[in-house]
Design a protein around this ligand. Structure first.
Ligand SMILES: C=C(O[C@H]1C=CC=C(C(=O)O)[C@@H]1O)C(=O)O
Length: 433
């Protein structure tokens, strides 16, 4: 492992267009998948040439600095020049400054990717690796690269989950509402966890495919054992254009009953409490982004975003980048938004540390990718599960999923609990037998 403070290793990245249209999920490693996927865009990483590891309050800034060093030292042969061609790292960052979870940037050995109707492969080698050559990926005679072969999909026994400490969650929500009434803060996001066990040899491409096929408006991801499908874009930064999608305010869906489902949506859109909760989240993103951008605009009214499991109140933001901030620097400026922490931020983060009886790890942190130009896409790590290392002997892996919700004046603990059940559905259904 290369530590963030060591001299930047020299990488050589070669990108070539692909002739065919590979099944990206099929190419993922069954047990250690590395994936970023939404509709007709995405990438799969195979193997690993570099891993940078970070922790503590400086983790985003240290990662941005290290990545800039790696990118500047790299040799990049990229005639394709699309978002995500050339040298790319995928990453996942912990929520809390004091988290015991590692934040990482990982550069795969091979990246197979798609942007609409263009497909490409990037091969990355370490220049200091004696096995490295200057040879580009094998070409098929037309200048396009040849496709790697996908292994057939294996078995999926399924994971059943058990809830942890539901009473602690309910009493935490009651305590938070009391503190809000006393004026300690205005909003806090409290979460709870569920836990399961994945038998050895399970093929994680099965839940990833389910998430990608079902959650079309979400980014399906797998980075260093963090697997999920998030609807909330923290930041997308490509070629000087910046965008984000802020979510806060939720109702469970009722797809089996159209009238009831429409009532849930209308109730969400007209609820003063939900609009209030949403406004905090939008304001936190606008305030954090404003120093880095110009021409910042938002969708006029929060709109109802329909996902298979929930309705969310959503606001889309767009802007032009005003300086040479990389996507990672923007992530560092934005995190944690009021969609996952609360308002004011520091009081909310302190209340989370006190009222949630666990380390969130990477849940509600950031997950995404960055390229050598500093462009990238990062989502808030929601609707996801963290897989542990294989246990000695059995090879089974712990699977821990978390979900939370914004607590404001008037929040009802049982209602909030129900909301976390809806938010956990992407994971519980994708991991089911
Ligand atoms: C904190 C979570 O969701 C956030 C994103 C959308 C809506 C939210 C809400 O309505 O409370 C949360 O702020 C989660 O999914 O665990």
């Amino acid at each position: 492992m290369v530590k963030s403070d060591s001299k930047a290793p020299r990488l050589h990245a070669v990108t070539r267009l692909l002739d065919g249209a590979p099944d990206l999920i099929g190419l993922a490693d069954p047990e250690q998948p590395m994936l970023w996927h939404r509709g007709d865009r995405g990438c799969v990483g195979v193997g690993e040439v570099l891993r940078l590891s970070f922790s503590g309050p400086d983790r985003f800034a240290a990662a941005a600095r290290s990545w800039r060093g790696v990118a500047e030292a790299a040799r990049i042969d990229d005639p394709v020049r699309l978002p995500g061609t050339g040298l790319v790292a995928l990453g996942t960052f912990a929520f809390d400054d004091a988290s015991g979870a590692e934040s990482v940037l990982v550069v795969p050995r091979l990246l197979v990717a798609r942007h609409r109707d263009r497909w490409w492969v990037t091969e990355i080698r370490r220049v200091d690796d004696p096995a490295a050559t200057d040879a580009p990926p094998p070409a098929d005679g037309t200048g396009a690269a040849a496709l790697p072969a996908a292994a057939p999909e294996g078995s999926w026994p399924g994971v059943g989950f058990a809830a942890e400490a539901v009473d602690d969650y309910l009493s935490g929500v009651r305590e938070a509402v009391g503190r809000i009434d006393d004026g300690a803060f205005e909003k806090v996001v409290l979460a709870r966890r569920i836990r399961g066990e994945l038998p050895a040899g399970s093929d994680l491409r099965v839940p990833l495919r389910r998430l990608a096929e079902r959650y079309l408006d979400c980014w399906t991801f797998a980075v260093d054992g963090l697997v999920g499908a998030s609807p909330e874009t923290l930041i997308r930064s490509t070629g000087g254009a910046v965008s984000a999608r802020v979510l806060a305010g939720t109702r469970g869906r009722h797809p089996e009953d159209e009238a009831r489902d429409a009532r849930a949506r209308d109730e969400l859109v007209t609820s003063a409490k939900e609009q209030h909760e949403h406004a905090f989240a939008v304001q936190s993103v606008v305030t954090a982004l404003a120093p880095h951008v110009r021409d910042l605009s938002t969708s006029e009214e929060p709109f109802p975003l329909r996902l298979p499991n929930v309705w969310h109140l959503a606001t889309d933001l767009g802007a032009s980048l005003d300086e040479r901030s990389s996507a990672l620097e923007l992530v560092g400026a934005l995190h944690p938004t009021a969609a996952v922490a609360g308002t004011p931020t520091s009081a909310a983060v302190a209340a989370i540390a006190e009222l949630e009886p666990f380390d969130r790890g990477r849940y509600s942190g950031a997950v995404g990718w960055i390229d050598a130009a500093g462009d990238g896409e990062w989502v808030i790590a929601l609707r996801c599960a963290q897989l542990g290392d294989p246990q000695p002997g059995s090879g089974a892996r712990a699977v821990v999923a978390s979900a939370g919700g914004g607590i404001v004046a008037g929040s009802d603990p049982e209602h909030e609990l129900g909301e976390t059940v809806s938010k956990l559905r992407p994971v519980t259904e994708a991991f089911a037998a």
